[in-house]
Ligand binder design. Sequence first.
Ligand SMILES: [Zn+2]
Ligand SMILES: [Zn+2]
Length: 194
Amino acid sequence: MESFEELLEKSTAIHGHICAGQVIGVRLAMLGLAHIGIDQPRGRDRKKFYVLVEIDRCATDAIQTVTGCSLGKRSLKWLDYGIMAATFVNLEDGRAVRITAREESRELADLYCPEIEDKYRRQLEAYRIMPDHQLFIIQPVKVKVPPEDMPGRPLRRVQCAECGDWVQDGREENRDGRLLCRPCANGRYYEIIA
Ligand SMILES: [Zn+2]
Ligand SMILES: [Zn+2]
């Protein structure tokens, strides 16, 4: 794998700015991959693992850059928990680890780089050098990846009995024998304007 500095440069270019989230995200992803034995995430190991992210913030872009995983390739799954954590799953041997960024590291940053006045710059520099155990909680976990979440062709396509939209990958819901899309079953995020 490339070095931390090389990966940080890459993620900063893709994300659009350097920020504490890029430093945290690059370190978190490198650590996660190491724990599940993935050495060439964008090369020969690219189909051997899967990543779940629990937040859609800066660090998520860094995780995407380092791992090469993406929503479109179905190698990345986003769970809208608002938690700065990600789980790395080795699809071959089942090894998995969930890594959470510690909230306390914000305060600890003051001890590492007290000479930097700006709080955000101080955090950014401190996060480069703080040891893993001060930055992260590392939990070995077990993850069931359902077949309908795996990369590859959709397992099935179903037409919603209510609105007619086609639903892939088993995301339809059965309401008294009628197969509905999730918006028709549970309510939608948009309103159609006539
Ligand atoms: Zn950012
Ligand atoms: Zn529908």
